[in-house]
Design a protein around this ligand. Structure first.
Ligand code: AHR
Length: 498
């Protein structure tokens, strides 16, 4: 007997699922860039880690944000172009495994933008607001995107790049309420307007491309409301150049992935991940309170599991587990439910750091469980999200107002059919699910499962990585076209109905 029922409502379209909802974030932090993406001493002459680049190429990675993070507001882009690159401080993070807070600058603008071209992803550069100025920011935009005859465009050519780079996204700072300058919302709004004046007018006349400007918000939604109110107070009024407002949501900060044994802690962790839903609603409300004519999207610029193992001394590295991957699947379902307001989501961070997708050790590089979740969810990219209703058991969680829903789902439509993703967030039990998708044809149903043979606290490493890959999964089709599936504990399933 099914104990969970999911109905897909094709008539209740939410909006297009922007591929950028499956975006990523890489910072000059620990072993993300140096050792993760780039080797300073390399045999192939280019410096890229080909094994990592290969894994990223295989994933539909729509957008990549760089160079930070906190690092962005102390980064001066000119240090990272040309032949002679100065070694500088890294005020926030040590690089590599040595605890040296120094930045070699061997990976800079050209290297990052070439990486994006190789893996076919849109670049998103975060400008320095905290310790930089609008001149430096506008110069970076010109250097990258101008095709004409200025000293900066010529410098890019001298540095080996004739054609302008395509850079569709520019972020005005990072966490400017914190490491990006400790600003009040009003102060940041005034800085935002100042930077946007010089950066945001560039695409009209100079660059042969359009780009979006992105402001940093906060998990404190009163801060967002005050920022929006102040930023709208200008001669531009509601037409000021602001295309997206962001926030960062990390969860699991008090929980160890290695030492935690009690399932209640894992339940609480999953409830914290699901708090993403409320954050999206609240930041969208803060935008709507002030932006009347402009369509400003919500970006979750940094998100993912951040456990007690991730501290400065470990370079923010933590083991990659099934339960973390499960939380990513639940968050991607939430993004689909909010496809009408969300324009991007960037998990932190691509390689080795926090909830990375790829891990390296010496000459080995492998996909983490979260990598497979992104792969399984990629058919949603560009589809139309539609409403799903889920009637499933929930569990009370100590110290949390919200219960944990034990089964989750989202669905999308394309010309090829319907794609449904399902999560069993119950770490201790199987759930039988009935899915109403309007007369599914048994021959047109195809499903894959993740983590069917794994424990929720299983940790990936170079030797066992293949055991986290997807497997085909049996979904029953009843005479009336209803689908049935038995979801093992802590699993993720993707069902395609053509
Ligand atoms: O991702 C690690 C750090 O988390 C980033 O530098 C900062 O933006 C956030 O606080």
């Amino acid at each position: 007997m099914p104990d969970a029922r999911i109905a897909v409502h094709p008539e209740a379209r939410i909006d297009r699922i922007e591929p950028e909802l499956h975006g990523h974030f890489s910072e000059h932090l620990g072993r993300c860039v140096y050792d993760g993406i780039w080797h300073d001493e390399t045999v192939d002459g280019e410096g890229f880690r080909e094994d990592v680049v290969g894994l990223l190429e295989d994933l539909d990675l729509p957008v990549l944000r760089w160079p930070g993070g906190c690092f962005a507001d102390d980064y001066h882009w000119e240090d990272g172009v040309g032949e002679d690159r100065p070694r500088r401080r890294n005020l926030f993070w040590a690089q590599g495994r040595e605890e040296v807070p120094e930045e070699p600058n061997s990976f800079g603008t050209h290297e990052f933008l070439e990486l994006c071209e190789r893996i076919d992803t849109e670049p998103y550069l975060a400008l320095n607001v905290g310790s930089g100025d609008p001149q430096e920011a506008a110069d970076w935009v010109e250097y990258c995107t101008y095709g004409g005859d200025t000293a900066l465009a010529d410098r890019r050519r001298e540095n080996g790049r004739e054609d302008p780079f395509d850079v569709p996204y520019w972020g005005i700072g990072n966490e400017n309420w914190g490491c990006g300058g400790q600003m009040s919302p009003e102060q940041y709004a005034r800085e935002y307007r100042r930077f946007a004046t010089y950066v945001g007018t560039m695409d009209h006349l100079m660059a042969d491309q359009e780009f979006d400007l992105i402001a940093c918000g906060f998990e404190d939604h009163e801060w967002n409301r005050r920022f929006m109110e102040e930023v709208s107070e200008s001669a531009w009024g509601a037409e000021f150049p602001l295309d997206h407002l962001t926030l960062h949501h990390y969860y699991g900060r008090t929980m160890s992935v290695v030492e935690t044994e009690d399932d209640e802690t894992f339940d609480r962790f999953l409830v914290e991940a699901l708090e993403m839903d409320e954050h999206i609603e609240r930041i969208a409300a803060a935008i709507n309170a002030s932006a009347t004519t402009r369509d400003i999207g919500v970006i979750i610029d940094e998100w993912g599991a951040w456990h007690t193992e991730s501290v400065a001394e470990t370079g923010l590295e933590q083991p990659g587990t099934v339960v973390d991957a499960l939380s990513a699947a639940a968050v991607l379902d939430i993004f689909n439910h909010h496809a009408d307001v969300m324009t991007m989501g960037n998990i932190a961070q691509t390689v080795n750091v926090l909830q990375c997708l790829v891990e390296t050790e010496g000459d080995d590089a492998w996909a983490r469980p979260t990598y497979h979740v992104f792969d399984l969810y990629s058919p949603h990219q560009g589809n139309d999200a539609v409403r799903t209703s889920v009637d499933a058991p929930t569990r009370e969680v100590e110290n949390k107002d919200d219960d944990l829903p034990l089964v989750g789902a989202s669905a999308s439509l394309s010309d090829d059919g319907t794609y449904v993703t399902l999560t069993n967030l119950d770490l201790r039990g199987e759930h039988s699910v009935e899915i109403d998708v309007e007369n599914a044809d048994p021959d047109a149903v195809d499903a894959q499962i993740l983590f069917g043979d794994q424990e929720h606290d299983a940790v990936v490493d170079a030797d066992n990585a293949a055991s986290f890959e997807p497997e085909s999964f049996d979904v029953g089709v009843e005479n009336d076209g209803t689908l049935t599936a038995d979801l093992p504990p802590s699993t993720v399933v993707g069902v395609s109905i053509r």
